[in-house]
Design a binder for this molecule. Structure first.
Ligand code: SF4
Length: 403
């Protein structure tokens, strides 16, 4: 896969763009005025694998808490870069609270929500000047739902003035407005003095096809590092599928330097699902390795008992629970492939292709489970303790190969 090489942006201790690994990021949904709750959620997201975390900075009280939030993170040895999300009053908050401006690792500026008329330019300028003063990068984050209406009206008027056969559809103009809004703002930031390697761009919409078209065009027209995300993707499988469809297509085409899944958590659902989804997209696409992969067959009429599902789940949980320790002890362990298969039809074949595989007995098969290591059958497990014995085999393989 050929990745588009963009400008490399340094966000805290993380690089975004320039051909570096695609970075996973997330956003808190706590009230930033509550420093402890926000710091705790950042920690939770970071422990789940988020490499950058964004918080909203919407009020003077929230801005006052930012340095305190960073202090709490430091005490917990958490150095995850924290991004401040500013709308409407960002120019004032960054000016009035220099501690906040200094503590943040990046500022997110939404050109559609900076201000209106003449104020828009001066307020945008102030935010960029603060980024220069504190040596911080910015994300120019354009959003379909808060698009610069003056720009939309201008493009609509230009379209109307064209001969009828040259006029574009309203959707095309909206897409063009999103692209232009981001590029014009990025250019302005450069003219104010911010270098291109301090600028990340995002142009989020909630419709997959629009998002793909916009990012393809944006990638052709500029070399800025790109943050991908489908905005307001939704809840549950709908949000996950839509995000995966959009981001995977773009990533496969070499577009995107950092990703976020904007999922709406179900009541009481952990915010970390969005991190897990991003990591799984990147690992499935072969772009990053975070945790050993478990290949499990879907099961069918040949494996009606729940034994197979229970074993697949036990192995998956065992691998992810062991990873924090293994990562420290066994370098490269995240590249391990484990197969858990339901019967003899594809079990032995698929198991042989994995580093370690087990083929469970399907309906009517002898109650034994052959285990394959590096393509060779090495064990046959029987009885009640198949899961535990298989885990021991996995662990000793890891020690031998990665220890
Ligand atoms: S491996 Fe066996 S149990 Fe699993 S889906 Fe294929 S036929 Fe069904």
């Amino acid at each position: 896969m050929n990745r588009k090489i963009t400008h490399k942006v340094n966000v805290g201790n993380v690089f975004v763009g320039g051909g570096e690994a695609v970075v996973v990021q997330s956003m808190t949904n706590t009230d930033t005025e509550d420093a402890v709750a926000t710091a705790n959620q950042i920690l939770e997201l970071w422990r789940a694998g988020s490499e950058i975390v964004r918080i909203t900075v919407n009020t003077p009280e929230a801005a006052k808490q930012v340095a305190k939030i960073k202090d709490i993170l430091m005490v917990k040895n958490c150095d995850v870069p924290v991004v401040g999300d500013f709308h409407y009053n960002g120019h004032r908050l960054l000016t009035d609270f220099p501690d906040c401006a200094a503590a943040l690792d990046k500022y997110r500026i939404n050109p559609g929500n900076v201000g209106f008329g003449k104020k828009r330019d001066t307020q945008f300028e102030t935010m960029v000047e603060k980024a220069i003063e504190f040596n911080k990068p910015v994300r120019i984050g354009v959003n379909w739902g808060s698009l610069d209406q003056e720009l939309v009206v201008k493009l609509m008027d230009e379209n109307t003035a064209r001969p009828t056969h040259q006029q574009q559809e309203a959707d095309e103009i909206m897409r063009e407005a999103i692209i232009q809004s981001s590029l014009i703002s990025a250019k302005q930031a450069e003219e104010i003095g911010l270098s291109a390697d301090k600028i990340v761009i995002s142009t989020k919409t909630s419709r997959v096809q629009d998002l793909i078209k916009i990012y393809i065009e944006l990638s052709k027209r500029s070399n800025y590092a790109l943050h991908l995300g489908l905005t307001e993707a939704g809840m549950g499988s709908k949000g996950i599928v839509a995000t995966t469809a959009a981001l995977s297509y773009l990533l496969q085409n070499g577009i995107g330097d950092t990703i976020r899944a904007s999922l709406t958590p179900r009541p009481n659902e952990s915010r970390t699902t969005e991190v897990q989804v991003c990591r799984e997209i990147l690992q499935t696409m072969g772009l990053r390795s975070f945790t050993p992969q478990v290949i499990a067959c879907p099961g069918c009429g040949r494996t009606t008992s729940t034994t197979f599902q229970e074993l697949a789940e036990k192995i998956q949980n065992y691998l992810s629970n062991s990873m924090p320790i293994w990562k420290e002890k066994y370098k490269g362990v995240e590249k391990l492939n484990v197969a858990v298969m339901g019967c003899i039809v594809n079990g032995p074949g698929e198991s042989k292709h994995a580093d370690i595989g087990i083929s469970l007995p399907g309906n009517g098969e002898a109650p034994s489970a052959p285990v394959f290591i590096d393509g060779q059958k090495t064990h046959t497990l029987r009885g009640e303790k198949i899961a535990e014995e298989f885990q021991e085999i996995v662990e000793s393989y890891i020690v031998k190969r990665f220890g």
